[in-house]
Design a protein around this ligand. Structure first.
Ligand code: GLU
Length: 424
């Protein structure tokens, strides 16, 4: 794609365009020069390919796969693989862009990447999912690797999917290579604490910010939108810290209980029935009622663009903690700002997952594995030291936590780019 075409598409499209708006705000604060802005608002590499596969019925289908390697200045590209009907090049590019800043904000030696397959996993058998995953991995053999690009789980991709990816890559290169992907099962080089890490990180950041705001865990009420890998563990860990979870949701609807939702009960329900459909631990309400319900802390932990100007205007929470990537549009963010609602941005709030991915990658490379307590202690240290750095920037520059987080991240990436120079 030519630069002009790409710049036009950035203006026209939604998710990546929104992501760039956040970047620009921090770039202004940093007085970043035009050349560096141009470089950092273009992905290094975008790969699109076909994934032909055979259905269990014998029929052939073709899906589309993507991998975007956004930036390599600080290290190999890093980021998950998403299986979802809404996956597009625009979305994957935005997600890879966010990974770049997320890795930098917590000071990991990685660049940013993201992948996806446009498909609906709910309609696929385990065998079909395996065939799609292996073909996806095979298409990327030349461009991924522990020193090139390291995928991980994201929406609808599991440790089992990572195991198939790792095996396919290892078979192609004729060498066992656990470090090509993170989020693997423990038996084949996964890290203790990785499954819970994103939710744990959300809770660590939220509780730290709540302390600053004078919100005590024992009296705080929490609403969590999304009950996947992020939402469920965040809910569990908030509950363990004495907070009351008053609302949860998944694709089947939202469930509200003023007295508190018993999170283990909800987890048992989804283990049995896959979704929260039929959950009796709370009154069934709509998703928009959930987002505007009475609570102290609201955690979007599903997909992008949940907060638009309309939904942001109705939020009653004092603190929004972005467990999902890109849940707030720039217009909604302005409304939060005007209404004095504090937001811990996605690139900080959900960085716990990729931080433990980094620990997994490091453990794989040395072939020595840590106890869970060690993983969790290191995770807390990485998150809190950088959250505190962001808070200091926000205070001294009179900026939001989001702009402060982008400022810290962009500054780190720019330093690496300048030291390396632009190879021509
Ligand atoms: N998909 C997760 C995220 O959005 C984790 C990425 C990783 O571990 O590389 O941060």
């Amino acid at each position: 794609m030519t630069t002009a075409l790409r710049e036009a598409s950035v203006r026209d499209v939604s998710v990546f365009g929104d992501a760039i708006a956040y970047f620009n705000e921090a770039a202004d604060l940093l007085e970043l020069d035009a050349g560096m802005r141009r470089i950092l608002t273009h992905p290094t590499r975008q790969i699109i390919f076909s994934i032909p596969f055979q259905r269990d019925s014998g029929e052939f289908e073709v899906y589309t796969g993507y991998r975007v390697q956004y930036n390599f200045a600080r290290g190999p590209a890093k980021g998950g693989i998403r299986y979802h009907p809404g996956v597009t090049l625009d979305e994957v590019t935005a997600l890879a862009f966010w990974m770049t800043w997320k890795c930098a904000v917590v000071d990991l030696p990685f660049g940013g990447g993201k992948g996806g397959v446009t498909c609906d996993p709910a309609t696929l058998s385990a065998n079909e999912l395996e065939r799609i995953t292996r073909r996806y991995a095979a298409e990327l053999v030349e461009v991924v690797g522990p020193d090139k690009d390291v995928p991980a789980p994201d929406v609808n991709t599991t440790p089992q999917v990572m195991a198939w990816f790792m095996d396919t890559y290892s078979m192609h290169v004729r060498q066992n290579t656990p470090g090509v992907v993170t989020g693997k099962p423990l038996d084949i080089g996964g890290s203790r604490g990785r499954v819970e890490a994103t939710g744990r990180g959300v809770t660590i950041c939220a509780l730290d910010e709540m302390a600053v705001m004078g919100l005590r865990p024992e009296t705080a009420t929490i609403v969590i939108q999304g009950f996947g890998n992020v939402g469920r563990y965040a809910a569990k860990l908030f509950e363990e810290r004495g907070c009351k979870i008053v609302g949860i949701s998944d694709v089947t609807g939202a469930y509200y209980n003023e007295e508190g939702i018993y999170v283990s009960g909800a987890m048992e329900h989804t283990a049995k029935f896959r979704t929260l459909e039929g959950f009796k631990g709370g009154e069934k309400i709509t998703n928009s009622e959930l987002l505007s319900s009475q609570c102290d802390v609201l955690v979007p932990a599903a997909l992008e663009k949940v907060f638009t100007p309309e939904s942001a205007a109705k939020v009653q929470a004092k603190l929004v903690v972005e467990g999902a990537n890109g849940p707030t549009t720039p217009e909604a963010d302005r409304i939060f700002r005007e209404r004095g609602i504090n937001v811990i941005p996605d690139i900080m709030a959900n960085a716990g997952g990729v931080t433990v991915s980094y620990f997994e990658w490091a453990q794989d490379r040395m072939g020595y594995f840590w106890k869970e307590a060690e993983v969790n202690e290191k995770l807390e240290d990485f998150l809190l030291s950088n959250l505190h750095a962001i808070r200091d920037i926000a205070d001294s520059r009179h900026a939001t936590l989001r702009t402060a987080a982008y400022t810290l991240a962009i500054d780190r990436v720019v330093k690496a780019s300048k030291l390396r120079g632009i190879y021509a």
